[in-house]
Every structure is written in structure tokens, then in C-alpha cells.
Write a protein that binds this ligand. Sequence first.
Ligand code: GRF
Length: 203
Amino acid sequence: LRLGVLASGRGSNLQSIMDQAAAGKINAAVAVVISDKKDAYALERARMAGIPAGHINYSDFPSKDAYERSIVELLQQHGVELVCLAGYMRIVGKVLLAAFPNRVMNIHPALLPSFPGLHGQEQAWAYGVKFSGCTVHFVDEGMDTGPIILQAVVPVYDEDTADDLSARILEQEHKIYPEAIRLYAEGRLRIEGRKVYVSKINH
Ligand code: GRF
């Protein structure tokens, strides 16, 4: 399975996906990494792994549609079959979604539908929840609203800072994102309305 990863920042989720793929744990390879930020460390990580890395600058385009057409073109040039958002800080629009229907995934650092949007970890910590976690979901036109594939739960302790909680969540992100991709690559995810069913392996 050929993956295209979109990232805006440090790229630790990208790294976990590249590592699992290189280790043969998931039947997938990152074909291209694209960032809207020139200095994203994710681009550097891709280059260090010998993976094509491209910067596409939003403000070089007259519209969001035009910007996304250029992303879609690059993804298609690299034969991408599944798009993975990994710290990509923009809302995906209709051009990208139409080119990859039900083939865009995202990871969010909270238990959706709680705490969507920016800073899900801090929001949960400030709210005072006793458990939080992370969510891998398919992407639709909304913000963090698409069908949920996998979630992982972590406890919140009294002595935690928001950073402590973020770190505990990130550790789980690095597990469940590659796991969701593995299930997709094995053809085991089926979307029905809001629900994503994971089929068992038939022996
Ligand atoms: C992660 O917390 C992810 O859940 C959120 O953005 C952050 C990206 O981190 N969508 P990284 O760039 O993968 O290290």
C-alpha cells in the first residue's frame, strides 16, 4: 500500500509510520511526504529516510481548491492509495476528499468526539477529565468528525501537567496510527455510515 503523509510539524507520527513500514510490520510504504510548512521537521525526517519530500505553500495559490489540486497531483504522481494526516494543521477540503474518497485518515490527540480542534490534550487536561487518549479516524469535511477507526485510552493523574498528559497520549498515537494503517492495508476496515467495522482474520 502506497502512503502519502501530510504533516505541518515535527513529524513524530510520520516517523512511527515510516519505522513500522521499514520493519515490515505493516504492508505499506511511505511514497511521499508533503508539508504546507517549509521548515517542518517532518520533511527532514522524510529526506533522512530517503523518501521524497515536498513543500507546497498555501499562499502561492489563488484558492484552497487550487492549493489542494497541487497536493492531489503530487500524491497521484507518487501512486498514493491512502493519505495519512499526521499533524497537518489545515482542514481538508473537497478537492482532496473527492480525489481520495474514504481514503484519508487522521490522528487526533483526544477521545473524539470530545475536544476536537487544536490542543486536544490541553483542553482535556484543563477540563479535568480522568481519562483521555487519542483517536484515528477517517476524514470528512468536518473538523475531527469522521468515522472512528481506533482509539486508545490513557489515565490523567492529579500531578500531571498538560505536557505530561500530551507525552502519555503521544506514546499511544505512535502505536494506534500504524495499527490503523495495517488494518487498512490488510483490507480489514469497512465503513458503514458512522461506523468502521474491523474484520477478523479468517484462518
Ligand atoms: C499529534 O499530537 C497529533 O495527534 C496531532 O498533531 C500532533 C502531531 O505530532 N494531530 P507529530 O508532528 O506527529 O509529532
